[in-house]
Design a protein around this ligand. Structure first.
Ligand code: AMP
Length: 429
């Protein structure tokens, strides 16, 4: 027996019915982001590994243990993109967009790859959309980006999500905080989990979001990062909060929110749906003022977010906000006998060219069998072409909903159909 080959762990197939939901989701996201002035960018699925090492940070979980990295035939190290910001920044620099306009607004949507432990809401191939506003320094940009995520979710009907906010300061104030963190936590190093003991030297900020109770207890003794913000960072953060207050958007200050990626500076945020369970962040983002320069570009600030599409769909499903979608044909054309196949084929083709979604029956099957297929497909109408009828240049139109049917002249068919249903697609020749 040959072993059955299944989709790799942490991946899944999107089957046709589900794909309808994805198409709706993707087009809704695109529409909203375009309406907020973001242009779509499509970067490669794989990049040079170095981009993520520089752009995400060597000491992050993603770069340390989650990337799908391999050598290509030319022995170059290649990585399947684990996130979208570094590739967008690479393209921004490569295409010298900083020379085109002072502020560049881009969005992306597509698959990302991380070798994480699969669980509910966490996959190895998953999808994100995200926005990047590059070149804007003011707190207005941070507030705009947070509001964009908030408004997009609102437009989809999600009105009870929580925005969690923090500032991780700039390189200078963060350094002072890291020193304070390390010295406080070194004294209780024995109480930390093994991962955090290693993090203590390399990236102590990451201890703040460790879920282990003993690490959380240790961290609670450390003063919040807000106490260490330099005047500029403090002013910036207060500016963001004031703008959100101005438009009456609620948020929670979350002093332990640091986010996984090294390149964040100042504002960081997450939007949470508590009903999602352990993996409850719908989106995460923040400011990354040093990233463009770290990737070889000019010193240009940036701010953005990435939102997981799987978790967004689960949330919409939980809250009953997904639209009813159907991939059913509008019409089924049934030839009764093989000799009528060409006639039915011609008719189906002409109806399709008028924009109707049409399915063609199998003329070698009985009327009963074909009607069963038509019912199962969900078609609203069937057009039955029988031998005797066709001799008289007539066809039968059956309304599937109530089973009523009527025999009409073939020449009248288009008019009859148009009086019953409207084409879902575009007319073409
Ligand atoms: P991150 O890029 O880690 O900040 O993640 C941003 C968003 O992407 C998260 O809030 C999730 O919605 C989603 N996400 C991240 N990792 C995964 C994953 N492994 N599976 C599914 N969604 C994910």
């Amino acid at each position: 027996m040959i072993n059955l080959i299944t989709a790799p762990r942490g991946t899944y197939d999107i089957m046709p019915d589900r794909a309808l939901v994805w198409q709706w989701m993707e087009s809704t996201i695109r529409q909203v982001l375009l309406s907020y002035g973001y242009g779509e960018i499509r970067t490669p699925i794989f990049e040079h590994t170095e981009l993520f090492q520089r752009g995400i940070g060597e000491t992050t979980d993603i770069v340390e243990k989650e990337m799908y990295t391999f050598a290509d035939q030319g022995k170059r190290s290649i990585t399947l993109r684990p996130e979208g910001t570094a590739p967008v920044v690479r393209a921004y620099i490569e295409h010298k967009l900083y020379g085109v306009a002072p502020v560049t607004k881009l969005f992306y949507l597509g698959p990302m790859f991380r070798q994480e432990r699969p669980q509910a809401g966490r996959f190895r191939q998953f999808h994100q959309f995200g926005v990047e506003m590059i070149g804007a320094e003011s707190p207005v940009a941070d507030a705009e980006v947070i509001l964009l995520a908030h408004d997009l979710y609102h437009q989809l009907g999600l009105t009870d999500l929580e925005i969690h906010l923090n500032s991780v300061g700039c390189a200078q104030c963060r350094q002072a905080y890291k020193t304070a963190l390390t010295s406080t936590l070194e004294a209780v190093a024995d109480e930390l989990c093994t991962t955090c003991r290693l993090r203590l030297d390399r990236n102590p900020l990451r201890l703040l979001d460790c879920k282990s109770p003993s690490c959380q207890a240790a961290v609670s003794k450390v003063p919040p990062i807000q106490d260490y913000l330099c005047p500029d960072c403090d002013h910036h953060f207060k500016g963001v909060l004031a703008l959100l207050d101005q438009v009456k958007v609620k948020y929670k200050l979350s002093p332990k929110l640091v986010r996984g990626l090294d390149y964040y500076s100042r504002t960081v945020f997450e939007i949470i749906n508590h009903d999602l369970g352990a993996q409850n962040a719908l989106c995460g983002g923040g400011r990354y003022d040093g990233l463009v320069e770290a990737c070889g570009g000019p010193a240009v600030p940036g701010v953005g977010f990435a939102s997981g599409i799987e978790r967004l769909l689960t949330t919409l499903e939980q809250k009953g906000k997904l639209p009813e979608l159907s991939g059913a044909p509008q019409l089924f054309v049934l030839p009764l006998g093989e000799q009528l196949t060409a006639v039915a084929f011609e008719l189906a083709t002409s109806l399709r060219r008028q924009g109707f979604f049409v399915e063609l029956g199998n003329g070698t099957k009985s009327l009963k069998a074909q009607l069963k297929s038509a019912h199962k497909s969900g078609a609203a109408l069937t057009v039955i072409i029988g031998e005797d009828e066709w001799q008289a240049q007539q066809v039968t139109v059956k309304i599937m909903g109530d089973g009523s049917q009527k025999r009409i002249a073939a020449a009248e068919l288009q008019k009859e159909i148009a009086s019953l249903i409207s084409p879902l697609g575009k007319k073409y020749q």
